[in-house]
Design a protein around this ligand. Structure first.
Ligand code: BTN
Length: 235
């Protein structure tokens, strides 16, 4: 099972695990009460309010590095389920942002560790739970469970729900099943929309079983294995 290991404070749960993964087991989860230098994708900062938001990283040590990118979609689906269970109209912005009312409520930073060989995968999860003091520059782009539900939630309860959903999908992943892709498809913020991906304007047609995004530029269809999507007003 997934074992939770709590720290009062860490610079970044992902950075900590990158440096210390050899001390931990497959499925250990590092959780920081206070994350001081949280990292987002594209070298951005990830801000969490101490004791109010989730900053955690799941360590996985699969034998091979095959299909690792599918773990982004799997994690997105797990977080989506929990947010939806709170009654919110959540959407998944491929591959790994969760939005509520077009605002980002959760982000995922998936990092692989290689030495001579593939060693581990670290799945960093940030979920805005009880924070309400967003910096002005992201006030219209970010939200939290509290902002949407107008009530405080117990952080550990939310963590347990996410890990439960993650564990169930990860069991499927190990067997080669992929219900989580269906969840990402059916609750996509981008399928059928015009988007900018890596600065190309395209229309999103689908998410394929290998996790790639199928798009069309007006002339032809092609796929992206990864990329940063821009939608108006969304980061
Ligand atoms: C993003 O959307 O840009 C990804 C944000 C990921 C944030 C989480 S919080 C826990 C883990 N530790 C980090 O430093 N980042 C990830």
């Amino acid at each position: 099972m997934f074992k939770k290991i709590y720290f009062d404070s860490l610079p970044s749960t992902n950075t900590y695990l990158k440096e210390n993964y050899h001390k931990y087991d497959n499925k250990d989860v590092i959780i920081a009460g206070k994350q001081l230098q949280g990292r987002g994708r594209r070298e951005k900062n990830w801000i969490t309010e101490a004791g109010k938001d989730i900053a955690m990283s799941i360590l996985l040590k699969p034998k091979v590095a095959e299909n690792i990118s599918l773990l982004s979609l799997l994690t997105s689906a797990a977080i989506f389920n929990v947010i939806k269970d709170y009654g919110l109209d959540a959407k998944i912005k491929w591959p790994n942002d969760i939005l509520v009312n077009d605002k980002k409520i959760s982000g995922i930073l998936l990092e692989s560790v290689y030495k001579l060989n593939f060693e581990a995968v670290i799945i960093g999860i940030g979920i805005n739970v009880n924070s309400t003091n967003f910096p002005t520059e992201i006030l219209n782009k970010a939200t939290s469970l509290k902002r949407e539900l107008s009530k405080d939630l117990d952080i550990d309860t939310v963590i347990n729900k996410v890990l439960k959903s993650f564990a169930s999908y990860y069991g499927q992943y190990e067997k080669g099943e992929n219900d989580y892709i269906k969840v990402c498809r059916e609750n996509s913020a981008v399928i059928g929309k015009e988007i900018l991906i890596n600065n190309h304007k395209v229309r999103v047609e689908n998410i394929l079983d290998n996790g790639n995004l199928l798009v069309n530029d007006g002339n032809k269809s092609f796929t992206y294995a990864y990329g940063e999507i821009s939608l108006e007003n969304i980061y």
